[in-house]
Design a protein around this ligand. Sequence first.
Ligand code: 3HC
Length: 287
Amino acid sequence: MKVKKVCVLGAGAMGSGIAQVCATAGYEVWVRDIKQEFLDRGKAAIEKNLQKAVSKGKMTEEKAKEILSRIHFTLDMEEAVKDADLVIEAVPEIMDLKKQVFAEVQKYAKPECIFASNTSGLSITELGNATDRPEKFLGLHFFNPPPVMALVEVIKGEKTSDETIKFGVEFVKSLGKVPVVVKKDVAGFIVNRILVPYLVLAIDDVEKGVATKEEIDATMMYKYGFPMGPIELSDFVGLDILYHASQQWDIVPQSKLLEEKFKANELGMKTGKGFYDWSAGRPKIPQ
Ligand code: 3HC
């Protein structure tokens, strides 16, 4: 199927990043969220990224404008979904919320439209079965920040057809990204099944006083060689995402400290404060 219009649901870090990637690849993109301030924030993040590329000489001003002109922001679900060939959902990691969103989407979607979820690890089978098209439903899991991270997991639910997986793989390639097919729909898929327990265990280490957050991050980043330490990465991906995972996936440990952060709305980079203060950008972790 030839894709012309992509609809992205949610203008947060993932939704706006995915929209930017799709528009950069030449697709017309409609981003839908429930509040104007969310749309404004998503648009500002895309503009900032594109401007950064322009100022580094990696993109012309005209190209940046052209990309931006392909991204349409709306509060109206019907406008966003109507005529879309592909819907990519990137709303908060709450199963019931995602089901509600797809129930609304299918009122306006054309029958051949493919539904994808960018869930971090909720069941693609369960989400797909809640729609009128489980065979046309798949996971397309991008990594944060979407414009930088090459990997996209393409996840097969129990009823996802082979054609839909083929479509997902080709679509991801058309974005210049690297698809990896996940054949079995387990919590967290390939990456987050390993990564999220690791992050929450690092938070547990802070809570237990095994080492300070700076020591843990310095160890994993400077001495072990990861690009970011686990506490900084937790803030970076969003403590809400980790908290929801700890509540909904059987493989993630529970953490009182994570719960406290979530309840205090200290969610990391997105709120300016999590384990670190992000108001002036990335925290400086001493060596
Ligand atoms: N959006 C867009 N571009 C960004 C960005 C952002 N938020 N942050 C950084 N970049 C770009 C920079 O502009 C720069 O681009 P350039 O190469 O064209 O100049 C490039 O990324 C490198 O950035 P910096 O030089 O500022 O800094 P770093 O070299 O430290 O890279 C990083 C930043 C790419 C974020 C790197 O620290 C990293 O790879 N961190 C780990 C990220 C990761 O593991 N992500 C996956 C999280 S798990 C997930 O998303 C799954 C979810 O379901 C939980």
